[in-house]
Design a protein around this ligand. Structure first.
Ligand code: ZN
Length: 501
């Protein structure tokens, strides 16, 4: 691997070809330093102008020092780690580093004192944004003349921090690689991303690594195991449903795995309760949860985390045909609970219900976290920046909240208690899949899911608002991969501390 971390006093001849990203607060230090000494006058001029919050990019007058220079955050280093500032800085990085172009980037981290944990977390968050800029739609292969971009990031730090910077860089790069795997799969049109396409991708993937195994349950196998809800959702489509288990083994066999479940509705027409055209246009993204848990496996494999994690994805295409499930039908779930189908468009909770109880019964998990673009209602409650979380376990909830703060991948808890029982009450079956009223839609969906793993720690992440971005165009974000990876790192840290105590 080529060297990726440098200090300002190193040989930096290569910098002449790079786009340097630094900080306004560093201007004095930069101007005094050996490398940018020649650009002293220019730097001073920029510093006099840099009074706004916007990033400033200079392309001229750099005299073979670097290709272009972007300065971030005029407010100074002390405020970088604030969540609001990180999200502003991430927006600035996205605007100065456009996907689909050639970039050699030198990112100056000297504004952050990397001996502090909060600064390390901020650095990882910023690097993740940078690395994610190397992904663009041409990589999906649908253009006749795709642009191939060269993308490389090198870090400049104080030499004392090099080792820390190196480790942070590895973490950020692994998380970004997982995110880009997930984004690419999510952005793939449904015609090339059917349940069996996804299953095949995961199978192929597992064949490259000794410590990853893949198991696919087709309709027949699912019928034997009574995964009635998942089968019902998928039966209207010519592309049959399936369930995939992708297991990463980083620890000994006797370590219980964490199970991450992803909703993988590869296209959601709404079924017979057909969505309108506009509502359907984003529905290739209804498998972002499945893509995200796949991406987590890729990241923890790259990091070689000593932990066992199984991703379970429930894959189905929800289509309106004469074979499709009907409003009023009753399906029997894997857990044995019967569900009256009120609205065929509330299919996510059905496929997840079976995946949750299957994981609970078959995989002996430490805990279960499911990820799903479950409701549009979560956007009404929390918007596009914050993922909704519900859990039956206080410890798990607070661990996720802590991981969210560390990773800048924000979540906010929604309530889960028996006051919502009326929202899943059916006159003829054990449960119904949609509430009789318009109230607490996101919570009602999560409450429904909570019935399928009552005894184990379980959490539900509704990424309906955060799994894809709408600006400047629709695309997957790769969230909540940073959150989940941080959570798993924290689980490991806790285990190490326990065994040391
Ligand atoms: Zn739906």
């Amino acid at each position: 691997m080529s060297k990726s971390v440098f200090a300002w006093h190193d040989e930096l001849d290569w910098l002449a070809n790079f786009h340097l990203i630094s900080w306004t607060s560093q201007i004095t230090a930069l101007a005094e330093g050996p490398v940018l000494n020649n650009a002293k006058a220019l730097l001073q001029e920029i510093s006099e102008k840099s009074i706004t919050d916007e990033a400033i990019t200079v392309r001229y007058g750099l005299k073979q020092i670097c290709q272009s220079l972007t300065l971030l955050n005029p407010q100074g280093d002390a405020q970088i780690c604030d969540a609001g500032n990180i999200s502003r800085l991430n927006r600035q990085l996205k605007s100065v580093v456009q996907p689909g172009k050639n970039y050699l980037i030198a990112f100056d981290l000297t504004a952050l004192d990397l001996s502090k944990k909060e600064n390390q977390q901020a650095a990882v968050a910023l690097l993740i944004t940078l690395y994610n800029q190397s992904y663009h739609f041409d990589q999906l292969g649908y253009r006749s003349n795709p642009v191939v971009n060269e993308f490389e990031v090198r870090l400049i730090t104080d030499s004392a921090d090099n080792e820390t910077a190196y480790a942070l860089n590895i973490k950020a790069r692994a998380i970004s690689q997982g995110m880009m795997l997930a984004r690419k799969l999510s952005d793939t049109p449904s015609c090339d991303c059917t349940p069996s396409d996804v299953a095949r991708k995961m199978q192929l993937y597992s064949q490259s690594y000794n410590n990853i195994e893949c198991k696919v349950l087709d309709v027949k196998a699912m019928e034997v195991l009574s995964l009635g809800a998942l089968c019902a959702v998928g039966k209207g489509s010519i592309n049959p449903p399936c369930l995939v288990e992708l297991s990463y083994q980083g620890a000994s066999n006797d370590q219980q795995p964490w199970v991450l479940i992803g909703k993988g509705v590869t296209f959601d027409s709404g079924g017979l309760w057909l969505k309108n055209g506009a509502g359907m246009s984003t529905m290739k993204y209804d498998m972002c949860g499945a893509a995200a848990v796949f991406g987590v496996i890729e990241t923890i494999r790259l990091l070689a985390l000593p932990i066992n994690v199984t991703a379970v994805v429930a894959l189905a295409e929800n289509m309106p045909t004469d074979r499709a499930m009907r409003p009023g039908d009753v399906v029997t779930t894997h857990a044995g609970l019967t569900v009256e189908i009120i609205n065929t468009d509330a299919e996510g909770r059905l496929v997840l219900a079976d995946a949750i109880s299957y994981a609970h019964e078959q995989l002996n998990p430490s805990g279960i976290i499911n990820v799903a673009t479950l409701t549009g209602a979560v956007v009404k409650a929390l918007g596009y920046e914050i993922t909704g979380v519900m859990s039956n376990n206080e410890l798990l909830l607070s661990a996720l909240q802590s991981a969210a703060i560390q990773s800048y991948d924000r979540i906010w808890p929604l309530p889960l208690d028996e006051s919502f029982s009326g929202q899943v009450k059916s006159e003829i079956a054990d449960l119904c899949n949609t509430p009789p009223n318009d109230a607490a839609i996101a919570v009602s969906a999560g409450y429904f899911l909570s019935k399928f793993s009552p005894e184990r720690p379980w959490a539900h992440l509704d990424v309906g608002g955060t799994a894809l971005t709408r600006e400047p165009f629709l695309q997957a974000t790769g969230r909540p991969i940073p959150l989940l990876v941080q959570f798993l790192c924290d689980v490991l840290l806790e285990r190490t501390e326990e065994s040391a105590a």
